[in-house]
Design a binder for this molecule. Sequence first.
Ligand SMILES: Cc1cc2nc3c(=O)[nH]c(=O)nc-3n(C[C@H](O)[C@H](O)[C@H](O)COP(=O)(O)OP(=O)(O)OC[C@H]3O[C@@H](n4cnc5c(N)ncnc54)[C@H](O)[C@@H]3O)c2cc1C
Ligand SMILES: Cc1ncc(C[n+]2csc(CCOP(=O)(O)OP(=O)(O)O)c2C)c(N)n1
Ligand SMILES: [Mg+2]
Length: 576
Amino acid sequence: MALERTGAQIIWECLVHEGVTTVFGYPGGAILPAYDAMLDYPIRHVLVRHEQGASHMADGYARAGGGVGVAIATSGPGATNLVTGIATAQMDSVPIVCITGQVPSKLIGYDAFQETDITGITLPITKHSYLVTRVQDIMPAIKEAFHLAKSGRPGPVLVDITKDAQQAKTNWEWDAIPVKMRGHRPKLTIAKSQMAKAVELIKASKKPVILAGQGILQSGAMKEVRQFAERINAPVAMTLLGLGGFPASHPLNIGMMGMHGEAWVNHAIQEADLLLAFGMRFDDRVTGNIKTYALNARKIHIDIDPSEINKNVTADAAIVADLRHALKDLLDVVEPGDHSQWLKYIGSMKGDSAVRDIQSLPDNGHLYAPHVINDIWRLTEGNAIIATDVGQHQMWEAQYYHHEKPRTLITSGGLGTMGFGLPAAIGAKLARPDAEVWAIVGDGGFQMTAAELSTAAQEGVKVNVAVINNGYLGMVRQWQEFFYERRYAATPLRSPDFVKLAEAHGLLGLRAEKRPEVADVVKRAREAEGTVLIDFRVEQEDSVYPMVPAGADLDAMIRRPQQEPSVLVESATDLI
Ligand SMILES: Cc1cc2nc3c(=O)[nH]c(=O)nc-3n(C[C@H](O)[C@H](O)[C@H](O)COP(=O)(O)OP(=O)(O)OC[C@H]3O[C@@H](n4cnc5c(N)ncnc54)[C@H](O)[C@@H]3O)c2cc1C
Ligand SMILES: Cc1ncc(C[n+]2csc(CCOP(=O)(O)OP(=O)(O)O)c2C)c(N)n1
Ligand SMILES: [Mg+2]
């Protein structure tokens, strides 16, 4: 039955119908009617300290939980503060819906107080952005926003609603009919000819490599990928965002590919005769020099987004489909294969760097970031959800925390957004309250959104924050070391006393400077109630190896210089 409702009430009615239980936001004039109405609805509002935090929390919430994250902000500066988080979600295809207040419709175009054309600003970084000026358009816009955010290739959608539309009343009832949008019909039928071509290529291949991307997680195709890899007995390499899509401990897992991937993985890709790209988009961090990338290999590309096919790499067989569906069809027809010689050969390439165990290396008195991350992995038994920031610590996390399960690594891959880690961890914890959640952040990126510690404290959200404190904007320092003759322009970084910063928020702050101290502080953080920050004072000038310089051939990697006795192995599969 239709009831009289304000636009503000309709916003919350729609969110409740969409299954939303938590939103992340910050109030202000143009969104005040919505905030007032919010008090009457069963939705938890998390008050962030900066709207960037809201969009990252919504993102972390969506990545960890698999649903849609919601951020809410006022017009003008509130809306523009969301932008970095929206662009982050767009680059990594994360379904979030952002709701912003807009100045009253009759003031639009007059440079009204806190007026910004946020739909214009976000047009290139959203799947769609709506400007709603009439109360009766609020429900259709919100319904479409959720539909668009989660259907096909997921992504962010923005709904900007004028203050007068929030205040106006109308007779309203929920329209339960599913959204149908002209021009937006994700293609679901698979071309038979491409399928036949793929089967033929798989049969003929002697040296296949499966490239496992984030599409596996988004499609929920973990079981099918595993069955497929086991059926054809092919090695599986993962992108940064694909980590967790295939169990790290599986014998067919060969590790991460790309700029900071395992050396043997990049060599295997360059020598392969067939690449099976499953829900990955051949990012330049993955391919290196595209002109020399995997020249010996035919390519099968399965992706839900037709615009990814032949974008960076030409496909010999292209299947535009949901990965899970495509793999189910392939599993019906693909015959068992045996590539044990090829797998043995890849194993032999691990050679010098794979065999030493980082845990049993002698302690030389220095604390190395890989040790810290590897210890966190060991002590949490690989079961934690880890949100990272961006930089060296992010790459070491990818190398030394071995993810067994999907949606346990929450990281900004495409945009590489510093400041992402802590708010994303808070969002992840709210999506998965049962899970142990860690933020592994650098001293630089942490300071970009450190104010969200206050959000964690106010909301009583428990995350453990490991600050990998190397006194530098480390990843940029590394580039300066390798490519700019160690001229450290603007990378040495002075930080506040992080322990005191935690304490100022009423939180527990801990510090570790030596290897034997790591286990104790990790244990104390896990046992404590509420958010805990650990300041890990690590070696300042360590670098991430191996490294493919930007634009270089994938197998032209810079390797860790051999100094004996070395306390660090070059890469991480020594433990798996
Ligand atoms: C400092 C830094 C260093 C980095 N170094 C590396 C590195 O060494 N190695 C590395 O791999 N990455 C690295 N990255 C990350 C890199 O920039 C990319 O973000 C990453 O490689 C993208 O992985 P992806 O293609 O799997 O995921 P995405 O970019 O998310 O692409 C996923 C693909 O899956 C498709 N898809 C989505 N849903 C479905 C579905 N249901 N069915 C089928 N397809 C679907 C999408 O259309 C998309 O094409 C680095 C990032 C940073 C910040
Ligand atoms: C918002 C933003 N600004 C700048 C950069 C460029 N950048 C990439 S990594 C990095 C250094 C990160 O330093 P820190 O957070 O201390 O992490 P570390 O590399 O030392 O582990 C910078 C400045 C970025 N990725 N994001
Ligand atoms: Mg640093």
